[in-house]
Design a protein around this ligand. Structure first.
Ligand code: ADP
Ligand code: MG
Length: 217
């Protein structure tokens, strides 16, 4: 059974009188141990697709199934529970609560998924090169640190599936290579990821590349 399956997803936006067809019949699966790169130009529907897969947004048509359980058209609380159990989500920005330190943000995410583990907080911080930044507030982090801290939060509960929206955009080379190492280590243990990216390094490391154009794969 695939870890995530999207069947014929459609999503429309209606700004004013216009209709933007952001997703037009997208189907895909991601299996355990796969790192899939989602590549497409700006405006092609990558962020919309990831939000629908994570259950943060509802598609207008089609079905998302997470590990055999339907995500689409479920009450918000059910979607949130499914997401907390199975998915680490890394948005393009705004992954941390500003009033909590980096470590507190990681702990909060662990608590939400019922997997609190103080050793893992320290392990994650050091894996991502943030060993001395646990007490730092988000506003004091550099761009690269902020991206790595966001990833630490997304991986806090060691989710089977990571959905990441351009995690290596605008980060330094060190951060990019740390992220790639982490994805590789996760994959070796059966972890899966679907990553929207412009990074050719990430495209090369991926087990598979999906190209999206005008809302179609
Ligand atoms: P990408 O992440 O590949 O840049 P998006 O999923 O953000 O693409 O956007 C796909 C299309 O949907 C674009 O044409 C974008 O302008 C449009 N779009 C995205 N979000 C909204 C929104 N909230 N309202 C109206 N149009 C939107
Ligand atoms: Mg986007």
């Amino acid at each position: 059974m695939p870890l995530i399956e999207a069947d014929d997803l459609f999503k429309f936006y209606h700004p004013g009188d216009a209709e933007v067809r952001a997703l037009r019949g997208v189907s895909l699966t991601v299996e355990r141990g796969e790192v899939v790169a989602l590549i497409g130009p700006s405006g092609s529907g990558k962020s919309t697709l990831l939000a629908c897969l994570a259950g943060l947004d509802e598609p207008d048509g089609g079905i998302v199934t997470i590990d055999g359980r339907r995500m689409t058209r479920r009450p918000e609380a059910e979607r949130a529970a499914l997401r907390a159990n199975s998915i680490g989500f890394l948005a393009q920005s705004g992954n941390l609560f500003d009033h909590l330190s980096v470590a507190e943000n990681i702990k909060l995410q662990m608590n939400l998924s019922g997997k609190f583990d103080s050793c893992r907080v320290i392990e994650l911080l050091s894996l991502l090169g943030l060993a001395d930044r646990g007490h730092a507030m988000p506003a004091t982090l550099s761009g690269g640190e902020l991206a790595r801290a966001g990833l630490a939060v997304a991986l806090a509960s060691d989710p089977p599936l990571l959905l990441a929206d351009e995690p290596t955009a605008e980060v330094d080379a060190e951060t990019e290579s740390r992220i790639l190492e982490l994805l590789e280590a996760r994959r070796a243990k059966g972890g899966a990821a679907l990553i929207a990216t412009h990074s050719s390094a990430l495209g090369l490391k991926a087990s598979r590349v999906l190209e999206i154009t005008d809302g179609r794969i």
